[in-house]
Design a protein around this ligand. Structure first.
Ligand SMILES: Cc1ncc(COP(=O)(O)O)c(C=O)c1O
Length: 396
């Protein structure tokens, strides 16, 4: 039985290609910028891609390769590439795949800096992006142009936990010869493997659950070997230069070993917190795909394997002032952006992660002034709920 056929936790812990120098259990950190060639001829052959092997760590390094093989095995893709941030991964995909004059269709609910890339920066290079509601097929069809090349979304989307039907997106992309790209940061491959629904390319902010310990900024691209090689040798090497350090690769590899157990706890804690919030009189609305009240709970159930990750958003009856009071008074939650860490985190998307949106676009995306986003951590759930309850009770 090959590693690919084994369970998720086994794949997250092992790598069959691990060569245990000195019998080391843990894959070493190859903290080197360059690689010594045996001969001038060998160096020439490597640059000409006639011979495998390393050259220089902007092109690849054993520590990052080790992590890439694991990520591909977890996402079920042929290959993966790791980068120095999630934005580095997204920028590298678009810079590699697109040319001046191309067009992109994106859902309107996406991470704030990705929105800024699409809204302000890709147009500077002659690439136009249409923001639509990907749950509305008519709107997507109307946005399609002759020069459309990519269809893009996050699911669950940051910060409203909007769910997009990946099977539909993949089918639409195939019918119209588009590349489908999905940001799988929130779900992680533990809850959703977009490739299984026919999605071409998966991007990650590995800063979040994949690493899981709040001590690294990192990204990843997973997809077919040809496209990943192109991202490596063109987008990453020559354009973005977004390279992961060997030490960060080591930390993420260590984080991955506990991804399954961490995700189980994140999912269970978040489900309990979302159910509690729904019953509290100070709360107006809770957005969590594991709740039956979520608009697309049934699609989430199908494509998230009945595991809904640890991110949620909610609105309070007292609006922005109540949201601010809660964020300023909680103690177990830390008032910080990012998500997927051991610590529970709370933040205000309108003024923080999604502040790059214009007010008009933000409201159209459902990111209201009173919305709070919470990343539910791995603390004891009673303590998380108590922290919310004590401070919500003050708002009644
Ligand atoms: C869904 C999503 N994608 C991409 C990013 C960007 O990742 P990074 O901060 O690692 O560049 C973030 C960051 O918060 C995110 O939440």
């Amino acid at each position: 039985m090959s590693l690919k056929e084994k369970g998720f936790a086994t794949r997250a812990i092992h790598n069959e290609r691990h060569e245990a120098e000195y019998g080391a259990l843990t894959f070493p950190i190859y903290q080197t910028s360059t690689i010594v060639f045996d001969s001038a001829e060998q160096g020439g052959r490597r640059f000409a891609l006639e011979e495998g092997g390393y050259i220089y760590s902007r092109l690849g390094n054993p520590s990052t390769t080790y992590l890439q093989e694991k990520l591909a095995c977890l996402e079920g893709t042929e290959a993966a590439l790791v980068l120095s941030s999630g934005m580095g991964a997204i920028g590298t995909v678009f810079m590699t795949a697109l040319n001046e004059g191309d067009h992109v269709i994106s859902d309107k609910v996406i991470y704030g800096c990705t929105h800024s890339l699409f809204e302000h920066h890709l147009p500077r290079f002659g690439i136009e992006v249409s923001f639509v509601d990907l749950t509305n097929p008519e709107e997507v069809k109307a946005a399609l142009k002759e020069n459309t090349k990519i269809i893009y979304c996050e699911t669950p989307a940051n910060p409203t936990l909007k769910i997009i039907d990946l099977e539909w997106v993949a089918k639409f992309a195939k019918e119209h010869n588009l590349m489908s790209v999905v940001d799988n940061t929130v779900a992680t491959p533990y809850c959703t493997r977009p490739k299984e629904f026919g999605i071409d390319v998966v991007v990650h902010s590995a800063t979040k659950y994949l690493n899981g310990h709040g001590d690294v900024i990192a990204g990843a691209i997973c997809g077919d070997a040809d496209f990943i090689l192109k991202c490596n040798l063109e987008g990453q090497k020559d354009i973005t230069g977004s390279v992961m350090s060997p030490f960060d690769a080591f930390l993420i590899n260590r984080g991955l070993k506990t991804l399954e157990v961490r995700m189980e706890r994140h999912c269970a804690n978040a489900q309990a917190v979302a159910e509690f919030l729904e019953t509290h009189p100070a709360v107006a609305k809770v957005y969590y795909p594991g709740l039956k009240s979520h608009k697309d709970h049934e699609i989430a159930k199908k494509q998230m394997n009945d595991k809904y990750s640890g991110l949620m958003a909610f609105e309070l009856k007292g609006g922005y002032d109540a949201a601010k009071n809660l964020a300023n008074s909680v103690k177990v939650f830390k008032l910080a952006v990012s998500l997927g860490d051991c610590e529970s985190l709370i933040q205000h998307p309108a003024s923080m992660t999604h502040s790059p949106y214009s007010k008009e676009d933000r409201i159209a995306a459902g990111i209201d002034d009173g919305l709070l986003r919470a990343s539910i951590g791995l603390e004891n759930v009673e303590d998380i709920i108590e922290d919310l309850k004590v401070n919500l009770d003050k708002l009644i």
